[in-house]
Structures are given as C-alpha cells and as structure tokens.
Design a protein around this ligand. Structure first.
Ligand code: GLN
Length: 589
C-alpha cells in the first residue's frame, strides 16, 4: 500500500487470470477526488444526512466542490413505491428521481440541485450487476458479492467523482453498521480506501451516547460496541461524531477516543439543536472542517476569502433563528398526521419562511377523516393559515374539500399543494360554478363531472402511460397575477412535480369565468399548474411541490406568502409588510 498509485495502475488492468477486479470510469483521475464516508452505529435515525450535509457545507463554503451520495440498503430501485408513513417523505429531484428525504437535506444545506447519480439503492446495484452478467461482461467468471457487487458500488462512487468533478464526495451509508443489507457497502468502501491509498478517505462513525434519566450521566458503552463492530469489518474510523441530547462530556469523549483508537480532538459532540441550520456552526466551532481537510491533505485547495464571504452570509441568516417576535399557527391537513418525516420538506419550507418573517410557525395537524362542512369551523378555529398537502388515495378527501371551502369563504390564508390544488379546483367547481357532481377520478372513477382526471392526450404527449409526471418542469406564469409578482416577473419558473391527475381543460373556461385564476400553466400543454383567487387575502394552489425547492436563504415565495398572510390575519393592527413586499425583500436578500 506504500505506493497506491502503482496499485491502482496494476489492478485496473485486471483480467480473468488474477484476483483483482477494478473497472474504473473513463476520465477517473486518482487523487483528484477525496471521499468522506459517514456510517451510523448503535441505531438508525441519528441524522447521518444532517451531519454529512453540514460538514459538506463547511467545505463547500471554503470553495471546494462537493457531491453527496446516499447508499440505501433496500432492494427497491427508488423510493417511489415506499410508504411515507414508514420511511419519511419521497423527495423528488429535478431529473425526476424519487429518492430518500436525506437528499432534500443535502439540497437545502448545500443550495445545490442533485440528480440520480446522487442516490443508489441495493436494488439498483444488483440490477446493474445482473444486467452486466446477462451481457457477458464478466468474462466467464462466477459473479460474486466480492468483487463484483462491491465493484459496482465503487464504480458508482467513482462515476460520481468524474461527473461532478468534486473535490470531495460525501458517501452516506444508510441504516446501521451490522445490518446485513448494508454490509456490502461497508466492504466496498474498505476496498475503496485500500485502492485509493492513504489520505484519500475519511471515515466518520456517527454514534449515540445514552443518557438514561435514571442515571443522570452519559453512558458510552453502546457507542463503544458500535465502533468495535466497525473495526471488526476492517474500518478504523478517523472521526467519531457523538449524537446526544446534551453536549457530550469530556469524559465520555475520552472513553470514545481510547476505545475507538481515535485521537481525542477528532471525537466531536453533535448534541441536539433547535434548528438544523445551527449545526454547521457547532461543527465548525469544534474544528471538524480543518481536521477533515488535514486528513485528506487538501488544505491547499481552499479559498479563505470565499469562505469569509459565504460564512458571513450564512451567519446573517442563522442569526435570525430563535429571534422570532410572533407566532402563527398553520393547520396542515394530512393523512400521515402522526409522522413529521412524511412532511419534512413542508416543515422546512415553513421554517425558512418563518425565519425570514421573524415568525415562529407552529403546526397543527388536522386529520380530515371526520371533517365536514358542519364541523370544519371547530377543527380550524385556532389556525391562521391552512395547507392541504400532497397525497394519494381517497381517505379524508371530502374533509379536505370542506377545509378549502372554509378557507375560501372565511378569508383564511390557503396554500394547496398538488392534491391540495386539486381539492381547491373541485371545491370551486362545486360551490362557485355549481357543478355539484364535480370530483377527481382518483376518488370517484365514474364521476359525472371529472374536473380532475387523467387525460388521454396528456398520456400520449408525455409518453408516460399511466405513470406519474415527475421532476422539474417549467411553468409559464400569467402576467399581472400574484404568481407573476412572486416569481420575479420573469414569465416562467421551474418547480417539481409528482402527480398523475390534473385539471380537465374542458372545464377551464367555466372555472375562469367565475373568478378562478390559473396563473401558471405548462408552456406547451393545457396543464394548469398554479391557481389563485383575486378577492382573497391569500389563496393559492399549485399542482407542483414548491416545498421541495425551498432553501434556507431562498425560501419558496408561496410559503412566504402564506406565512405573511397568516401573520397579517393574526396581528391585523401591527405594522407589517404585505406578503408581496416580504417576498421581494427575501428575493433580493
Ligand atoms: N394523487 C394526486 C395525483 O396523483 C396528487 C399527487 C400529489 O399530491 N403528489 O395527481
């Protein structure tokens, strides 16, 4: 391993008569890209994605190019078929990839759009190994977990290195060390570090320090055992990040240092924080960024002037956290009301908007299963604004429509997202246009007035069959509307989509004649994408998911509009900006 350059050269020309197997992507330059690999021990759900994205942000601020990748253990090809109630929301990338919600964390923290190369599952890995096997690519060899499956993993990482031209690729391994389904990922990165040589990979073990209330002290045994398990797999962590409710004591960190063979200054406390946007500062104060740079020997690549500028911009934003002067309550109607993760991006978008408006946003979850026109006022009595979020299926549908009606008739600020847009159209069709049988064919297949439906011509144009319309799409914005003002009068905006149904163009004139404004549509097709009502303090709906592209320093205008209008409703007398003025202020931020 003394001269790993030679090693890579020697083994990359492998053939069927030796034990090496190292296909490299064209254009791969060894040493150009370094790797930070984040693994979890003790338990899942510790926030590997949060840790990894915060560290990546610190390096990005220093002028380094970073590219994250999440490696998932499950066999699904993507997250599209996963139940958000069990796995958290399905995040959709601009290229249409349906992936884990951690990708959202990376996009927000790095303010960077990701693509399908940033997300891999065991299903994808096995799929491509099996395709290669059928294609005869393995030259008569028996196809094995090692080296072929692990080889495929390394290939994916190196392909990302080439396509992103990154200085540092951040590899997040899903699940917990010791899971059978993730074991081959760990083996693959062990091999990667061996092949790339010293100072090429930095292994981070994220672990958990227990703090049982009955004992009143921090206990590191479970964490020690987790690290031991990693050592057994041939991986010596370079950094240990300790999750804990409170700052990890020096004593606990010392123990982790001794038992993990990791110098004390590389054992960090990553304790609970009120906002994830405060974590980069926590890691930076602990010196984590420079530890990593030194380990990877890339201190000479950083641009300190760049960092000064970026960091002060970031601090201007984080200084506003916890300085809220008002509180507003937004009611979110949703099926998965008990799991916050299933609405992670919406909660983030509300947080972004709230921070810029000095408003703490409290969320009230409203299960609409039993909501009716008769009792809706009781359900919504405490809320200052309403979101009907995306969803599938029929449960609670009529209750959602009752909420829309209440919002429209009582001038309660309303934002409808995807399904919430469709609910707003149906409510308007029924109660304003008098089309009493109006419905969505998703809910009522043979309904007499399918105002929301799957359109055959749309299927043809999009070539998607019965599949979803997925990913980023441009929206043509209508002049002199609220959407036009929100999106910078540029005439178009790009948002992300994940839907099957839409407004049937046959009903558009009727809806518009009665005052519904379709302020955004697909450029070349009659697909309605944004709606609004003129005579209302704030009433907007969109077939898209603006929450997916809200970023801390560039909050989604529709969310800013909603929170600002809710604030105005709750504090009518105080002198505060109109929603539009606030959006404009934030835009120029
Ligand atoms: N179920 C609706 C559709 O498929 C809405 C989808 C969503 O809210 N993401 O069109």
């Amino acid at each position: 391993m003394s001269d790993s350059k030679d090693l890579l050269a020697k083994i990359s020309g492998s053939s069927s008569d030796n034990e090496y197997f190292l296909p490299l992507p064209t254009g791969y330059q060894k040493g150009k890209t370094k790797y930070v690999i984040v693994m979890g021990t003790v338990m899942s759900g510790l926030g590997k994605g949060i840790f990894s994205s915060c560290l990546a942000k610190l390096l990005q601020d220093k002028g380094l190019k970073v590219a994250p990748i999440k490696l998932e253990g499950y066999l699904n090809i993507d997250s599209g078929t996963l139940n958000p109630f069990r796995h958290g929301e399905v995040f959709v990338l601009d290229d249409g990839m349906e992936c884990d919600m951690d990708l959202g964390t990376y996009e927000r923290m790095l303010d960077q759009n990701l693509c399908k190369q940033n997300f891999a599952t065991s299903g994808q890995i096995y799929n491509s190994v099996l395709e290669k096997e059928r294609h005869g690519d393995y030259l008569g060899r028996d196809v094995q977990m090692i080296p072929h499956v692990t080889g495929e993993v390394k290939m994916r990482l190196r392909e990302l290195a080439v396509s992103s031209d990154a200085d540092v690729v951040f590899v997040e391994i899903g699940g917990t060390v010791g899971d059978l389904e993730n074991a081959f990922y760990i083996e693959a990165i062990r091999e990667l570090a061996y092949e790339e040589g010293p100072n090429s990979c930095c292994f981070v073990a994220l672990t958990y320090i227990l703090e049982p209330r009955t004992l009143g002290e921090q206990k590191s045994k479970a964490a020690q055992l987790g690290i031991k398990q990693l050592l057994q797999l041939g991986i010596q962590p370079d950094i240990i990040a300790c999750r804990c409710e409170h700052p990890v004591t020096e004593q606990a960190r010392q123990k982790m240092s001794v038992f993990g063979n990791v110098p004390f200054e590389r054992v960090f406390s990553m304790h609970d924080s009120a906002s994830i946007y405060s974590i980069p500062a926590m890691l930076r104060d602990g010196g984590l960024d420079f530890e990593v740079l030194r380990m990877l020997k890339i201190e000479d690549r950083i641009k300190l002037r760049h960092e000064r500028k970026e960091w002060s911009r970031w601090c201007d934003f984080t200084d506003k956290i916890n300085k809220e002067t008002h509180e507003v309550c937004i009611g979110i109607t949703g099926k998965y009301t008990s799991v916050r993760d299933s609405y992670a991006s919406i909660l983030n978008a509300l947080e972004h908007a709230g921070i810029h408006l000095a408003s703490r946003v409290r969320v009230e979850w409203i299960d609409t299963t039993n909501v009716t026109d008769a009792n809706v006022a009781e359900y919504l009595k405490d809320v200052d604004g309403i979101i009907v979020p995306g969803g599938f299926g029929t449960r609670g549908w009529e209750g959602k429509i009752a909420c829309v009606r209440y919002a429209r008739q009582n001038d309660v600020p309303y934002l409808g997202l995807c399904l919430g847009f469709q609910a707003a159209v149906i409510e308007f069709a029924r109660n304003v246009c008098g089309i009493s049988k109006a419905n969505s064919t998703e809910v009522e297949q043979d309904c007499p007035n399918p105002v929301i439906s799957i359109l055959p011509e749309q299927k043809k144009i999009e070539g998607l069959g019965g599949n979803m319309r997925l990913g980023g799409r441009d929206i043509e914005v209508k002049k002199d509307t609220l959407a036009w003002k929100f999106f910078g009068k540029v005439g178009s905006v790009r948002l992300r989509f994940r839907h099957r149904y839409e407004v049937d163009p046959e009903y558009i004139t009727q809806l518009e004649e009665k005052g519904l404004v379709f302020s955004g549509k697909a450029p070349n097709q009659p697909i309605m994408q944004i709606l609004e009502l003129g005579e209302h303090s704030f009433f907007m709906g969109t077939q898209s998911h603006p929450e997916l592209t809200s970023r801390p320093m560039r909050p989604a205008p529709m969310f800013v509009g909603l929170v600002a209008a809710a604030r105005k409703r709750k504090y009518p007398d105080s002198k505060m900006d109109e929603p539009l003025a606030v959006v404009e202020k934030v835009r120029s931020f």
